[in-house]
Design a protein around this ligand. Structure first.
Ligand SMILES: Nc1ncnc2c1ncn2[C@@H]1O[C@H](COP(=O)(O)OP(=O)(O)O)[C@@H](O)[C@H]1O
Ligand SMILES: [Mg+2]
Length: 307
């Protein structure tokens, strides 16, 4: 059995690389083979006999071959690479969709992945199903953003598709926020404003769910109000109550995710889901809990892949 893992030719971050290594090892241990699929090197051929996927370029098949047909029994969708154009974006999304059309298990499936990687897409679908999310206003109009800041009080502003706390900032003064919004709208970026939560224990929970079951959880206490490990937070193994477990499992179910890390804040007003991570990096989680989610992820996709 061969499982493709989507990556890009320039994976340089150490943690991303280690996640891929963990997946490769877990697949090998389970008797399968891991095959890198370079999301920025995909070609698709369409004909009477259907879809045939290829990848081209040096990294795809070694410099000597240059182009190869992709023959896999399942796909682990991890990264789609840097995307700079609308057509490039839909092309890469539909390339992954093509593997689903071929009847292969794709984990996470590409459309759930698309919603879950976008902070608005995820929270919009969760709030529609009654999952508690922080009060959030999303707009392309800076005056709507400005009045949201006045109404919500201290707030955080987030890029829709960021990770590791990058680019997220806190706004206490609406007029200062207004200047940031003027920049964002000039860059054609939507504005995502969210009420600042006073988090119990100055951190948040990361609950890792695979195949509808909680694998484990960590509590990440931040050195600032951001509690990402990439921002210096120290992850510790966390015990979860039933409500927290149910929130994480239900969030995955609503979004159609086979596995994810769900970030949840605990406050005086209860729990709030902050975001969902369908391409979670688990290096900090592994250290804190001793659990390697790659094993369950590998076993789950292999259980769905049939030759
Ligand atoms: N509404 C909020 N109130 C207070 N802290 C927040 C809020 N949203 C996010 N944070 C903090 O910022 C960190 C990063 O935010 P998050 O939405 O998880 O984005 P990402 O991890 O993708 O950068 C979280 O771990 C959390 O501690
Ligand atoms: Mg997060």
């Amino acid at each position: 059995m061969k499982i493709g893992i989507t990556t890009v030719s320039n994976v340089i971050e150490e943690w991303t690389y280690k996640d891929l290594q963990d997946l490769k090892e877990a697949l090998t241990e389970a008797g399968a083979e891991a095959k890198m699929i370079y999301a920025d090197s995909l070609d698709m051929e369409l004909s009477k006999s259907g879809i045939t996927p290829f990848q081209s370029g040096e990294r795809a098949a070694g410099a000597s071959k240059g182009r190869e047909r992709i023959d896999v029994d399942g796909v682990l969708l991890r990264h789609l690479g840097t995307i700079r154009d609308y057509e490039q974006f839909t092309y890469r999304i539909f390339c992954i969709k093509a593997f689903e059309e071929l009847g292969l298990p794709v984990m996470n499936p590409v459309l759930p992945w698309l919603f879950a990687t976008d902070k608005f897409g995820a929270l919009m679908r969760l709030s529609a199903k009654g999952i508690p999310v922080p009060e959030t206003v999303v707009t392309e109009h800076m005056f709507v953003g400005y009045s949201a800041l006045k109404r919500l009080g201290p707030s955080v502003v987030k890029p829709l598709r960021s990770a590791m706390g990058f680019g997220i900032f806190k706004v206490d003064d609406p007029d200062l926020g207004m200047h940031a919004f003027s920049y964002l709208t000039n860059m054609n970026k939507p504005i995502y404003v969210q009420k600042f939560l006073e988090k119990k224990g100055s951190g948040d929970y990361r609950v890792v769910v695979v195949g509808g079951k909680v694998e484990g959880a960590e509590f990440r206490k931040g050195i600032t109000w951001k509690s990402n490990v990439a921002q210096g937070a120290i992850p510790k193994k966390a015990k979860l109550d039933e409500e927290l477990k149910e929130l994480a499992v239900k969030s995955c179910e609503i979004l159609g995710l086979d596995y994810a890390g769900i970030d949840i804040a605990s406050t005086k007003e209860g729990y709030f889901v902050l975001e969902t991570n369908p391409t979670l990096s688990w290096q900090g989680f592994r250290k804190a809990t001793g659990i390697n989610p790659a094993k369950s992820i590998a076993n789950l996709i292999l259980s769905r892949a049939h030759r």
